[in-house]
Ligand binder design. Structure first.
Ligand SMILES: C[S@@+](CC[C@H](N)C(=O)[O-])C[C@H]1O[C@@H](n2cnc3c(N)ncnc32)[C@H](O)[C@@H]1O
Length: 313
């Protein structure tokens, strides 16, 4: 699909609509309390992933995981040590989507011949759960948001993993309480993101067009520290550690792949049709005019990998 529109007209049309009010904090986002029903706690924008076909686009155009980084995180959360039982080492994955991260975990476990473990995936959107079942048929998946893990008993998880999703619920106190409830004492929470590398000029330009869209819905981008404020202040978690410099990941995409990648972005797929078209046209224009991309057929989409891990007290 080809979109044409000048970057200037996009900018003039006020893509960036900072409607935030005076009760903003230093991070530019509101910390608010959530008292919402099960699905209401899932942002409207995230629900864009339930549009027809979007889980397929997601699966095709989102990055896989750098297995060295997954191995690193699994080691930090204690998942690679021998699990002597009698109960299996239990991992609960939040926001599992189409299972890209789950498959990476399984590959690392295979490499290390990890035995006696159980993975329970969770994901709020039915469409994503369906795709997950197709892609990872051997792993159980429960349809629920992080704020309502009622299908899981207290103290059942040795570790909880959140790949590319903590920003969707990390500011929701109910989600943090649920994570705390189902973790065993001294259990761990591991968080990972593949972040578009903003040191690459065309990626930076496009990501900066999307930033205000996330501000509008009060969801932090993954590189915004605000999402950790509540977790760091929570009495039940400690021992935070992080790595955001060691690992990288590259993905090769052609032009249609780049456009589809952004079509599968939450705020783009949830946008009204006209807005979506304007965004995609602007992205096309950027790819065709940026000196780093204009004469290329294949584009290297670069990611930096950011990981945090915590322990339940
Ligand atoms: C970018 S995808 C990541 C999917 C998968 N973890 C991966 O690494 O490919 C973000 C996922 O978070 C899920 N999500 C959004 N809001 C959520 C919430 N409140 N609780 C749990 N998951 C949520 C979305 O439905 C989506 O599947």
């Amino acid at each position: 699909m080809i979109y044409r529109l000048s970057k200037l007209s996009i900018l003039k049309s006020k893509l960036s609509t900072p409607i935030l009010t005076s009760n903003l904090n230093q991070f530019g986002l509101k910390l608010r309390n959530f008292h919402l029903s099960k699905m209401e706690s899932v942002s409207e924008a995230a629900r864009g992933w339930s549009n027809p076909g979007v889980s397929n686009i997601y699966e095709k155009t989102r990055p896989d995981y750098n297995l060295d980084s997954v191995e690193f995180l699994l080691e930090k959360v204690g998942a690679l040590k021998p699990h002597l039982g009698p109960e299996p080492f239990t991992i609960v994955e939040l926001g599992a989507g189409t299972g890209k991260f789950t498959r990476a975990v399984l590959k690392v476990f295979e490499k290390h011949a990890v035995k006696n473990f159980k993975i329970i995936a969770t994901e709020p959107l039915r469409e994503m759960c369906e795709k997950f079942k197709e892609m990872v048929p051997n792993v159980e998946i429960l349809q629920c948001p992080a704020s309502d893990l009622e299908g899981l008993p207290s103290n059942c998880a040795d570790t909880i993993l959140a790949a590319q999703c903590f920003h969707w619920f990390g500011m929701d106190p109910k989600a943090l309480d649920e994570i705390h409830r189902i973790l065993k004492p001294k259990g761990t929470l591991g968080i990972i993101w593949n972040l578009p590398d903003r040191s690459v000029s065309w990626i930076k330009t496009i990501e900066e067009w999307l930033d205000p869209k996330f501000e509008d819905i009060n969801i932090p981008r993954p590189d915004n520290q605000i999402m950790f404020v509540r977790l760091r202040n929570h009495d039940g978690f400690a021992n935070e550690a992080m790595d955001e410099t060691t690992y990288k990941y590259n993905m090769e995409l052609d032009f249609d792949g780049i456009i589809q990648r952004y079509e599968g972005n939450s705020v783009v797929s949830a946008a009204p049709d006209k807005e979506k078209e304007r965004l995609l046209l602007a992205i096309e224009e950027e790819m065709k005019t940026n000196s780093d991309t204009k004469d290329k057929q294949i584009y290297t989409y670069e990611f930096v990998i950011k990981m945090h891990w915590f322990q339940k007290i």
